[in-house]
Design a protein around this ligand. Structure first.
Ligand code: GRG
Length: 296
């Protein structure tokens, strides 16, 4: 369920991102295997939701997409690294990702680890050298992104996830876990787009960016939990049923599928309300509504 205008825009932003991502790679025979491993996962066909958020928030505030693209690449590199590392035998030990065998299944565990490391460091290089945004905004973006990706952000969420496997946690802890593990990078994707358009942290508009991102971040995870329990591996391009198998804490420990969807609808309404006063917010509103009904 996706309207044609949103589908076109998703495709356009994904193409822009992929063209920009390619520019960070120059072939070097001595590290060819690493570059191949990175590009194997980076260009394996993800939905590119995070870079789209960066580009569209920049556009929402009248910025030029050329200032958003290095930040869009940075968030997609960090996202891809997290998927590679999360699939490793020492984490979720998965087989399939983005419709293909996981990185370590093709390149081996050591190279998959290094490909993730190189994507993480490459992300910060891309963000720090954003010439269009300039050094001051780039520095703010790097600091914000590091906070969201690190110990009090995505990694912190992953730690909470690993530590709570097989043990029941309360709803409040689950909300924190997901707002860190999934929400923090989605939040950074939105904030970096606004920064690229020159919106500073003391601008009241930034609070609307954060409200939208916090709400869609939770929706993203609720739908992910529902899809893990109800969709097929062919549909998602990744293994399904892993949450139950690994006794992970998910929203379905607290709600039925219908109740979880109802909760996600409420959160989507909050996200839409935060942006509807902005004249060019149609794309981001449609994206929030699509995240609620996505089936992959
Ligand atoms: C660094 C090991 C490590 C983990 C960090 C983000 C994360 C924690 C792990 C990745 C796996 C995971 C289940 C993350 C939750 C967020 C999520 C559902 C990611 C999948 O995002 P999509 O659907 O993926 O946007 P595509 O492939 O479309 O880009």
């Amino acid at each position: 369920m996706i309207n044609e205008a949103l589908e076109l825009l998703m495709h356009r932003d994904a193409t822009l991102t992929e063209d920009a991502l390619r520019q960070y790679y120059t072939d070097d025979i001595d590290v060819q295997i690493l570059l191949d491993a990175e590009r194997y996962s980076l260009f394996a066909g993800g939905k590119r939701i995070r870079p789209m958020l960066t580009i569209e928030f920049c556009r929402l505030f009248g910025g030029d997409e050329s200032a958003a693209l290095p930040f869009a690449c940075a968030v997609e590199m960090i996202h891809t690294y997290s998927l590679i590392h999360d699939d490793l035998p020492c984490m979720d030990d998965d087989e399939l990702r983005r419709g293909k065998p996981c990185n370590h299944k093709v390149f081996g565990e050591g190279m998959a680890l290094l490909a993730g490391d190189a994507l993480l460091t490459g992300a910060f290089e891309a963000a720090a050298t954003n010439m269009e945004a300039g050094p001051e905004i780039s520095a703010m973006a790097v600091a914000y992104l590091a906070g969201c990706a690190g110990r009090y952000g995505m990694i912190g969420g992953q730690v909470m996830d690993v530590e709570s496997e097989g043990r029941e946690i309360g709803l409040e802890s689950l909300l924190k876990l997901h707002s860190l593990k999934t929400g923090a990078l989605i939040g950074a994707s939105c904030v970096l787009g606004a920064l690229a358009a020159g919106i500073r942290f003391d601008n009241p508009a930034m609070a609307d960016v954060v409200t939208y991102s916090e709400n869609i971040g939770l929706v993203f995870q609720i739908i992910d939990d529902i899809l893990d329990a109800t969709a097929t591996a062919e549909q998602l391009g990744k293994s399904v049923g892993g949450d139950k198998k690994r006794k992970k804490n998910t929203f379905l420990n607290f709600y039925s599928v219908e109740e979880a969807r109802f909760y996600a609808e409420q959160l989507t309404r909050e996200a839409v309300t935060a942006l509807k006063k902005y004249p060019d917010s149609d794309a981001l509103i449609s994206l929030a509504q699509w995240l609620l009904v996505r089936d992959k």
